[in-house]
Write a protein that binds this ligand. Structure first.
Ligand code: ADP
Ligand code: MG
Length: 404
């Protein structure tokens, strides 16, 4: 049984026409001899009546302190509705289908409401449905805890659902249908001449996703990589080939060494970071770092100097972080409204001059770099939010990514 897990994002199921297009892709998959297992996100983007954000805002309006357990219950409704609507779109076209919640599809989680961890997947109901000739349409983003509570899987949850089901079903491949033509050299909303990448390695797309590109969730890539399942990212609205995520061949590696621009694959950004510099410290109190961790404040772009500590936090965490520093009477400086711009490329290690080119390109565009960080696949710069678009375009141009 060659299963393909097909995931349709919010826009891909937003209108009757879009759902018909989605149904065509599912039916074509079946006609070409594969067994489609469908995963859907909630219908539409923020503002749409059953979109996840709409349900979240509605619940918070009624009770700003709503229990997380109940918040998950309402938030999971968007995907449940979407699965019923999509299953019935297929039925309307003459195909047998069955809508399943995450729990019915066998996705078991812990009780970390809002960001639940999947602890087991048992796809027996999906397999039974397939054997009965029905196309399973699974509500993404949700699971069930051992006491029957509904849980949600956090940001990018439907991509994650697709990946864990693909792993449990030993699927042939995963197809992610979204509103762009594939993984691009930068977010096309910011960079009009961004290009679609025909192929990309798991490692690179993981970094691209982890550093802000919403197009696929990094944890979903991680799972696909660990079980070696190829992932295709495609536009739900057309028949273009999209991007294939897989392991790089040695031919690709050779090409990378020969072309100095190929060291960079894409430019990403994360908005709303706050930079905090703690000054005049002789010794960083271990406790300080532990207290950030205990309060679930994750620190990023951390530079530790003998008498100084600089890091960034997610914007909404700023006051919590400041409170901790105030309590311990640290001297610090905060720069709010920053963004993190990253140049991602799996083979930049050992290639000289990459950081120099980044520095010059940003400087030439009049952008002040507040901080940098690098790993063997990523160079990141903290800049002010207002410089985000200029910075992404400057780096995209510097590495001639529009030529891809
Ligand atoms: P879906 O609802 O289908 O899951 P998302 O909004 O989560 O869609 O992801 C698709 C969006 O990701 C695109 O509309 C695009 O603006 C954004 N995006 C950001 N960076 C990239 C990139 N490098 N390549 C493609 N899309 C990107
Ligand atoms: Mg998404």
């Amino acid at each position: 049984m060659k299963i393909i897990v097909q995931k349709f994002g919010g826009t891909a199921v937003a209108t009757t026409e879009n759902r018909k297009n989605a149904a065509k892709k599912i039916i074509n998959c079946k006609k070409s001899g594969f067994w489609p297992v469908v995963v859907v996100s909630a219908i539409g983007r923020e503002g749409a009546p059953y979109a996840t954000d709409t349900l979240f805002n509605f619940a918070k309006e009624v009770n700003s302190d709503i229990e997380l357990r109940e918040l998950d219950l309402i938030m999971s409704c968007g995907e449940t509705i979407s699965s019923v609507i999509m299953a019935n779109t297929l039925k309307d076209l003459g195909y047998q289908a069955i809508a399943l919640t995450g729990g019915q599809a066998g996705i078991y989680t812990d009780h970390s409401y809002g960001n639940a961890e999947v602890i087991d997947v048992n796809p027996k109901r999906i397999l039974k449905s397939l054997k009965e000739g029905k196309i399973p349409v699974v509500a993404g983003f949700q699971g069930i805890a051992d006491d029957g509570d509904l849980t949600t899987l956090g940001r990018g949850g439907s991509d994650f659902t697709a990946a864990i089901l693909a792993e449990a079903l030993n699927a042939h491949s995963i197809e992610i249908y979204t509103d762009v033509d594939g993984i691009m050299t930068a977010d096309p909303r910011l960079v009009p001449n961004a290009k679609v990448l025909k192929t990309i390695s798991y490692e690179e797309v993981f970094q691209i996703a982890d550093q802000g590109a919403k197009v696929i969730y990094s944890k979903a890539v991680e799972i696909a990589k660990r079980c070696g399942i190829p992932v295709l990212i495609k536009n739900a609205a057309n028949d273009l080939p999209g991007t294939l995520i897989t392991s790089y061949s040695s031919k690709d590696k050779k090409k990378i060494i020969e072309d100095p621009n190929v060291v960079i694959t894409g430019i990403t950004y994360i908005l709303d970071r706050t930079q905090i510099s703690v000054e005049n410290i002789d010794d960083i109190d271990d406790n300080l770092l532990h207290r950030f961790a205990k309060n679930n404040i994750s620190l990023d772009v951390i530079n530790i100097f003998p008498s100084k500590l600089v890091f960034t936090v997610d914007g909404p965490m700023t006051s919590k972080a400041e409170h901790i520093l105030d309590e311990s009477k640290y001297n610090y400086k905060t720069i709010k409204n920053c963004s993190k711009i990253s140049a991602v490329g799996s083979r930049m290690k050992g290639v000289p001059g990459v950081i120099a080119r980044i520095y010059s390109a940003l400087k030439k565009s009049g952008i002040e770099i507040l901080q940098t960080a690098d790993s063997h696949t990523t160079i990141s710069c903290i800049v002010r939010n207002q410089d985000t678009v200029k910075a992404v375009i400057a780096l995209h141009d510097e590495f001639e990514l529009w030529k891809r």
